[in-house]
Design a protein around this ligand. Sequence first.
Ligand SMILES: [Zn+2]
Length: 73
Amino acid sequence: MAGKAPLSLNVGDVVELRKSHPCGGYTWRILRVGVDIGMECLTCRRYVMVPRSRFEARVKRFVERASGEPEAE
Ligand SMILES: [Zn+2]
């Protein structure tokens, strides 16, 4: 397949997104991984679901990895 390798995601990962939530927060904890990604804003605790493709476009970096190898920069 061409393009970037799919992002490896685990429930419990904490990510920083490029755009802030309306509450001003940038960090989210992944609570569900599938076609849609369910995540909780760590600033206001709101839960949202976004399509995986949109989520991948918005991730800036991983703050914390729930399991597995830390990703190389
Ligand atoms: Zn928020």
